[in-house]
Design a protein around this ligand. Structure first.
Ligand SMILES: C[S@@+](CC[C@H](N)C(=O)[O-])C[C@H]1O[C@@H](n2cnc3c(N)ncnc32)[C@H](O)[C@@H]1O
Ligand SMILES: [Zn+2]
Length: 303
């Protein structure tokens, strides 16, 4: 099989390795974390929670799921897949964490894009339980529909299992063993570079995706009275990393219909930042042509 769930988890309370048995992950000290019926595990200690329901809400997760599955950000996924898989060693496991994975779109896309000789070991982590739940459910749906596919694929001599380990957890304290990852994605997320440096193997690759100056400009022009100047794109090289190429992905996106426009607004921080009038102006739109402009930054973990 080319795809496996990532297994090198660590106890969020003491950092000891976790092992999976009988529907739970356990450490040697006896801490135990049940796998929920939807297939994700909660590794966020209550004392590390800043709120009862941290991260994106159920409604935001659902909006992002509809928007991304419609394919509007496919070029971003393509750029990430290429950056993550290009030059990856064949026939060796390639472990990849999506830190702040949302409902799992980019890991599903990575699994689809990988060649049959790439043995992905996938883990998606998000602080929102709604995100982890939505990701786990889609992963399982895929597997079920794969049953029908399987005989056809076996005939062709290949079989894919796109399942991943889905975790509720925080980037601030990743429940992952040190130096266990080949790739780490942080897409429109909340990077914690010291943790990312800890969990990546030497030579491992961090792929960060951030909004560029023109990202969603037309939507922002509609919802805000004036546009704030964008912060400068240059970033210092974080400790433990070597800077690599930064790439820009930009294109024009046409959204037809109120629902996709509402979904885009709901999956960004702009929904909360906009005034009521701004939101009303966006809600009145039937069509929107909007710029997508993101930077993909590739950092290499020092040897
Ligand atoms: C803008 S969304 C991006 C989601 C996904 N990467 C995507 O591009 O579709 C940011 C995500 O980060 C999650 N998040 C916020 N704080 C976090 C933290 N400290 N650790 C992990 N995830 C976090 C949110 O719940 C949300 O799902
Ligand atoms: Zn423990």
């Amino acid at each position: 099989m080319s795809f496996n769930a990532f297994k090198a988890l660590a106890c969020p309370l003491d950092g000891d390795p976790l092992t999976q048995a009988e529907g739970a992950w356990r450490c040697a000290a006896g801490h135990s974390f049940d796998i929920a019926k939807q297939g994700y595990v909660n590794l966020l200690p209550v004392q590390n929670k800043r709120s009862n329901d941290p991260g994106d809400s159920k409604a935001m997760v659902a909006a992002r799921q509809r928007f991304l599955n419609a394919g509007y950000y496919q070029p971003i996924a393509d750029a990430i897949n290429h950056a993550a898989l290009n030059g990856a060693p064949e026939n060796l496991p390639l472990s990849c964490l999506d830190a702040g994975c949302g409902e799992g779109y980019y890991l599903r896309q990575l699994a689809q894009a990988a060649s049959d000789n790439t043995q992905l070991e996938l883990i998606g982590l998000d602080i929102s339980k709604w995100a982890a739940m939505a990701a786990a459910k889609q992963s399982f749906h895929k597997e079920q529909s794969l049953y029908k596919e399987q005989s056809r694929q076996q005939e062709q001599g290949r079989q894919k299992d796109p399942s991943a380990t889905w975790v509720v957890g925080s980037n601030a304290n990743l429940p992952v063993q040190s130096a266990s990852l080949d790739r780490l994605l942080c897409m429109f997320g909340f990077p914690v570079m010291s943790e990312f440096a800890r969990v990546l193997k030497p030579g491992g690759v961090l792929l960060q995706v951030e909004a560029g100056a023109n990202h969603l400009r037309e939507l922002r022009e509609i919802i805000y009275p004036t546009l704030k100047p964008e912060r400068s794109g240059e970033q210092l090289v974080p400790e433990g990393f070597t800077a690599q190429v930064a790439e820009t992905v930009s294109y024009s996106l046409t959204l037809n219909g109120k629902e996709s426009i509402a979904d885009l607004l709901a999956m960004t921080p702009h929904l909360y930042r906009a005034s009521a009038e701004g939101r009303e102006r966006a809600a009145a739109l039937e069509t929107l042509i909007v710029s997508v402009d993101v930077r993909v930054i590739k950092w290499i973990k020092n040897a």
